[in-house]
Design a binder for this molecule. Structure first.
Ligand SMILES: NC(=O)c1ccc[n+]([C@@H]2O[C@H](COP(=O)([O-])OP(=O)(O)OC[C@H]3O[C@@H](n4cnc5c(N)ncnc54)[C@H](OP(=O)(O)O)[C@@H]3O)[C@@H](O)[C@H]2O)c1
Length: 319
């Protein structure tokens, strides 16, 4: 149980004591907001395969142990630090905490800088909103600012039914692109309904042939979310001068006439997250939730995303 002694407040959190550890529940001191910080009393938390990279020590960030898993989520403001102007106690809020604060979402409280936080979309129940930040920020920044997707461009989105992918399909469609998506058979209709013009079932079709049959010149931009060796084939379907952003950063194929970006890392950004909220509220982006796990089953939530076949997002309900 959480210690409610206000002079020595603690919280329950999912932690590891060393890289590679199994995650376990621990009772830890509740963080205190410094200048510019907000302390969030957590309601929901986002889950992604990146949480396992953190667990294994494969995401190169300086972390202290015991390390609290989880990087993003939602809740209500519990207290604010000096100089905070945009939020007050009890306000609903959601945020991604990296790089300034790199732990804490799978916990009863999480500390973030005010500048990383935004108002969650009112149309979303707060637990569900907690599943949005990393996927939403990634889809928005990569398509709008890095790939600079424009009207009538042909954009390939792989892992299109997953957490980032299902939002990216809708975002690219909203930007006026012709969206080509790769998914497994169970997700073909889902991704079509989200706005993909061409959906390729990578389990039964030759992706390269299918794309060249419809777009003989290749595609203009690619947002790749597939971490397997199979992702190397996507390089060959880019039109000359095209750009591929490789989210897992594992593609090794090269081509002199295209640009391949492998060093992208999503960062906390309250202004961008507010833009994502506005798009969700306007009905431009629809959030799909595969499953919400209770707080005590956080390890099952992590295993679920590691299956690699989720439809939309997985979340943890904290309260
Ligand atoms: N660099 C960054 O800052 C950054 C930010 C966000 C995410 N990422 C990375 O981007 C990747 C995607 O993230 P995510 O959260 O969207 O993942 P996710 O939700 O776990 O993606 C699952 C999807 O991957 C699809 N998939 C699995 N194997 C596939 C294959 N061989 N070919 C095509 N699709 C396949 C599945 O499709 P089916 O079930 O339909 O088969 C499923 O819909 C992850 O590696 C993540 O770590 C990086």
């Amino acid at each position: 149980m959480t210690n409610t002694d206000a002079s020595n407040p603690t919280m329950r959190a999912w932690t590891i004591d060393r890289y590679g550890d199994m995650i376990h529940l621990a009772e830890l001191p509740r963080p205190q907001p410094g200048p510019g910080d907000i302390l969030i009393r957590m309601t929901g938390a986002e889950v992604g395969d990146w949480d396992d990279l953190v667990r294994k020590g494969e995401w190169p960030m300086e972390r202290q142990f015991p390390l609290i898993l989880g990087l993003a989520g939602s809740g209500n403001v519990a207290s604010v630090g000096r100089g905070v102007t945009r939020f007050k106690n009890d306000d609903p809020v959601y945020s991604y905490s990296y790089p300034l604060y790199d732990n804490g979402a799978w916990a009863e409280y999480m500390l973030v800088p005010e500048s990383y936080a935004a108002k969650p979309p009112p149309v979303l129940e707060l637990t569900r909103a907690g599943a949005v930040p990393i996927a939403g920020l990634t889809a928005h920044e990569t398509l709008v600012d890095i790939l600079e997707v424009k009207k009538h461009e042909v954009v390939l989105i792989t892992a299109a039914s997953g957490g980032v992918g299902h939002l990216a399909v809708q975002m690219a469609r909203h930007l006026g692109a012709h969206v080509v998506a790769t998914v497994g058979r169970p997700h073909v209709d889902f991704v079509s309904e989200l706005g993909a013009e061409t959906v390729i079932d990578y389990t039964t079709q030759d992706v390269r042939q299918a794309i060249h049959a419809k777009y003989p010149n290749g595609v203009d931009k690619i947002l790749n979310g597939v971490a397997s060796e199979a992702a190397n084939q996507y390089v060959s379907v880019l039109a000359g001068g095209g750009v591929l952003l490789d989210l897992p950063g594992t593609i090794i194929a090269t081509r002199p006439d295209v640009r391949i970006i492998k060093d992208y890392v999503v960062r906390g950004d309250g202004v961008r997250l507010q833009a994502v909220s506005d798009l969700i509220d306007a009905g431009v982006l629809r959030l799909e939730i595969d499953e919400i796990f209770p707080f005590d089953r956080a390890p099952d939530a992590l295993n679920k995303v590691l299956d690699k076949h989720v439809r939309g997002k997985v979340a943890i309900k904290i309260r």
